[in-house]
Write a protein that binds this ligand. Structure first.
Ligand SMILES: [Zn+2]
Length: 126
């Protein structure tokens, strides 16, 4: 199983764990670190909708809190008929660590590989 397959498997597993009782929209993300570890994340909704956190940010925060800082690649999975790309907040958070991150967006019948800087050019930087 190559790394792309491992990332997709982890993203799918994470999507199955999504806590999405309000939207029913389940997302899984899998973030690869430069050390070779994979960190999965799922969306976690809340009755106070604004507190919901996306799968991509949960994967990133898990990885960072484990001491990781370099992330070459992420896979994002939704069991949908059309692709779903990361929201603006997640684009900014991922860009903090690697504006050139390779993203693979996977849905029911397809996948697309793209670079984060295509989704978020001229990101905010201090
Ligand atoms: Zn997001």
């Amino acid at each position: 199983m190559d790394i792309k397959d491992k990332l997709l498997a982890a993203a799918r597993e994470s999507a199955a764990n999504a806590y999405a009782p309000y939207s029913g929209f389940k997302v899984g993300a899998a973030l690869l670190s430069s050390s070779g570890n994979i960190y999965g994340g799922c969306n976690v909704e809340n009755a106070s909708y604004g507190l919901t956190v996306c799968a991509e940010r949960i994967a990133a925060f898990k990885a960072v809190s484990a001491g990781e800082r370099e992330f070459p690649e992420m896979c994002i999975y939704t069991d949908t008929d059309t692709p779903f790309y990361p929201c603006g907040a997640c684009r900014q958070v991922l860009s903090e660590f690697n504006p050139e991150m390779k993203l693979t967006v996977v849905w029911k019948n397809g996948k697309e590989e793209l670079n984060l800087n295509l989704l978020l050019p001229k990101q905010f930087k201090l």
